[in-house]
Design a protein around this ligand. Structure first.
Ligand SMILES: Nc1ncnc2c1ncn2[C@@H]1O[C@H](COP(=O)(O)OP(=O)(O)OP(=O)(O)O)[C@@H](O)[C@H]1O
Ligand SMILES: O=C([O-])CC(=O)C(=O)O
Ligand SMILES: [Ca+2]
Ligand SMILES: [Mn+2]
Length: 659
């Protein structure tokens, strides 16, 4: 008798005995059940989906897991477009939902699925026979499917995030941002040298708006997000984002405040609308257009148009600009800052330009996160404008930034990262696409998020600068005048391109740590900040998250654990009572010791081997500060002339050195 390795007879002559299963009490469980009631695989798939979520299904796409070829997809798309052009009365049109934002359905045509929430009309194209499919407030899962099916460069990473490509632009295009100048904005907004507001006229705006809307209507589907900005219920703004990509829709789903189904039902008319036609360029023969990209803001119409860039940050920061206009009108200060709160309710604001550490340092395991980038400070305290965070991912590590690392999971948009083709593990060190790799996740992905994202008046105002010159101290305590001086200056030093060897750092000055987003003159925001800090007794701090031991090239970036210790000492209040001494030139008060931080690094001069080079670099930076501030010397800050004079005197002092 032949036997296999298990000693089981394989002789063909003796057929296998029927296996007996015991009905009761046996070890072998009988899991046979009734067969599924489906005649076809499509019917089977249709059973998977319980009809509840607001969704507009695409014509011809059969279920969530349909795997169809590119050719077939295109054929179906063409079919859909041709069906869109057919007469609706013949019943051959696509599945179209029409309605208005107030929730009154005008007509529903061939909608197979039940809708709890009516999708708004995105208007018909010039051919009144063609309708546009509206994918209204889709869920992250639905948007994943849309992105993966239809958008090149969309993949699921090993932790479940949606990896996407933003296209040719991997950062914002501030030189292509235009604001409509009219009788009102001419007087109200900040125009001219240093201002981010580059003018365009109303007519040109309408030309670009038409271009964007026509483009969107030419598509067989558009995404619509109806969401909120600002967690302060009295000052909440309703925004609508019309876009052509699932990536854009998911990004805004994460970044804006997500409405509950009830809030969505009562959404009504939005306060502000974005038309994102980023795949489509502007027409360079159009007046004012200097490139194929144009981001246009019309405050009177409460609209924004995006042409020629798919970088999603454009929408986030475009809305932030709008808030920088709307909020000060209500005596509320808008801030480019992170914000968190301790167990005792002590709130800290973190100001800083891009990459200085707002997200990294406000995301703190020992504190509640109110928000990482955009806030309002009103008479009620602070409130986050957004519903999500937008973290830089370059060189992200689990050890140094565990909360951000863990937030990169299902639902998170991961922009422009590089990953292993097979394992889909992300290589955060890879800059092949861009250095500005980003993760956008809902704020509740951070375990200590404070929901609702509001808090009391701030106790500490931390100004972050990444000083690649390595001459600013890791931390200094500021007087109110110094806080205002550094707030208006908005300094950081970037290091241009690292590929071809060591480069000189370049100083960047951006008023209010966000000149690209402010709409009014910087002194308006500064006056509001001074008034609020004074009234609520907040202390200002300057923290250098940049270089120590020399400039970029010879020194190193201050270790994140040291910066965290410094921030801890600010939060706990221990740094307020430390011993201080004043530095020359910048006149900054620096502490002699901080728990967990080597004392010798607290004064940058100690860390430089070449003392002469230190002095020269210090003077060079001071000169740059002085030159930058010249534009502001003619402005009065607030009602108090005394404060204006103090602010002007709070900058670097060159006399100091000549003694
Ligand atoms: N000592 C340090 N302090 C803070 N951040 C540091 C430090 N050393 C390195 N980093 C890195 O610097 C980057 C800070 O970026 P972060 O996302 O916090 O910028 P941001 O201020 O939020 O900018 P943006 O407004 O563009 O979002 C992170 O990648 C962080 O890991
Ligand atoms: O807006 C962006 O692209 C990223 C950001 O937060 C900033 O630059 O301040
Ligand atoms: Ca950030
Ligand atoms: Mn930012």
């Amino acid at each position: 008798m032949a036997a296999n390795g298990n000693g089981v007879s394989t002789t063909p002559k003796s057929p296998l005995a029927r296996i007996q299963t015991q009905k009761n009490g046996g070890i072998c469980h009988d899991d046979s059940g009734k067969p599924v009631k489906a005649q076809t695989i499509d019917e089977l798939h249709s059973l998977q989906r319980k009809r509840s979520a607001p969704t507009t299904p695409l014509d011809g796409v059969q279920g969530a897991f349909a795997t169809i070829s590119e050719d077939e997809r295109q054929r179906q798309q063409l079919q859909s477009i041709s069906a869109s052009l057919a007469s609706l009365t013949r019943g051959t049109g696509p599945k179209v939902v029409r309605g208005d934002p107030a929730g009154k359905v005008q007509s529903v045509s061939h909608v197979a699925h039940h809708h709890h929430i009516e999708a708004p009309t995105i208007s018909v194209s010039d051919s009144s026979l063609k309708f546009t499919h509206v994918l209204y407030n889709l869920s992250p899962a639905e948007l994943y499917e849309q992105a993966i099916k239809y958008e090149k460069g969309s993949f699921i990473t090993s932790t479940g995030a949606l990896a996407t490509l933003s296209g040719a632009k991997t950062g914002r295009s501030p030189r292509d941002k235009r604001v409509v100048i009219d009788d009102t904005t001419q007087d109200e907004l900040w125009w001219g040298k240093g201002s981010p507001n580059i003018e365009m006229d109303e007519h040109t705006f309408m030309v670009n708006r038409e271009r964007a809307v026509d483009y969107l209507n030419s598509l067989d589907k558009v995404f619509v997000n109806d969401q909120f900005l600002n967690w302060d219920p009295q000052n909440r703004i309703k925004v609508r984002i019309v876009s052509a990509r699932a990536y854009h829709s998911l990004f805004m789903h994460n970044m804006c405040i997500r409405p509950t189904p009830e809030e969505l039902e009562n959404f009504g008319t939005p306060d502000f609308t974005i038309y994102n036609a980023g795949q489509f360029p502007c027409n360079r023969y159009t007046h004012y257009m200097t490139s194929s990209t144009s981001i246009d803001l019309n405050l009177a119409r409460r609209e924004m148009v995006i042409l020629g860039t798919q970088y999603a940050g454009e929408m986030k920061k475009g809305l932030f600009s709008v808030m920088h206009y709307l909020m000060p009108m209500r005596q509320i200060l808008s801030l480019h800052s992170g914000c968190n709160m301790g167990k005792d309710g002590d709130v800290a604001l973190f100001f800083g330009l891009s990459g200085t550490g707002k997200t990294t340092l406000s995301t703190d395991h020992n504190r509640y996160l109110i928000g990482d980038d955009e806030h309002c400070w009103s008479d009620n305290g602070v409130s986050n404008i957004e519903g999500g965070c937008y973290a830089k991912c370059i060189d992200l590590s689990r050890e140094k930034e565990p909360d951000i690392w863990n937030a990169i999971k299902f639902g998170t948009v991961l922009e422009n990262v590089v990953f292993d083709e097979h394992t889909r593990e992300v290589d955060y060190g890879d800059k092949s696409v861009t250095e500005n790799t980003r993760a956008a996740y809902p704020i509740e992905y951070i375990p200590n998020a404070k929901i609702p994202c509001v808090g009391p008046h701030p106790k500490n105002v931390i100004l972050l600068a990444c000083d690649a010159f390595g001459v600013l101290p890791p931390v200094s305590k500021l007087s109110l005048a110094q806080t205002m001086y550094h707030f208006i200056s908005g300094y950081t030093a970037l290091v241009a391109g690292t590929e071809d060897g060591i480069k000189e750092p370049t100083a960047t000055f951006s008023a209010c740590f966000g000149a690209a987003f402010i709409m009014l003159h910087p002194t308006k925001y500064a006056a509001m900040l001074a008034e609020k800090m004074q009234k609520h007794g907040a202390t200002g701090w300057l923290v250098n998250t940049g270089w120590s031991g020399g400039s970029y090239g010879s020194g190193n970036r201050i270790k994140l654990p040291y910066t965290r210790k410094i921030i801890d000492a600010i939060h706990s209040g221990s740094l307020l009572n430390a011993t201080y001494h004043k530095t020359e030139v910048f006149g900054l008060d620096i502490p002699t010791e901080i728990e967990g931080v080597p004392s010798e690094i607290l004064h940058p001069e100690n860390t430089w081997a070449d003392k002469k080079a230190y002095k020269e670099t210090l003077l060079k930076l001071a000169g740059l500060f002085k030159k930058n501030f010249e534009t502001f010397t003619n402005y009065k800050i607030g009602k108090d002339n005394k404060l204006t004079e103090e602010i002007l005197a709070a900058g670097p002092n060159f006399q100091f050195l000549e003694q």
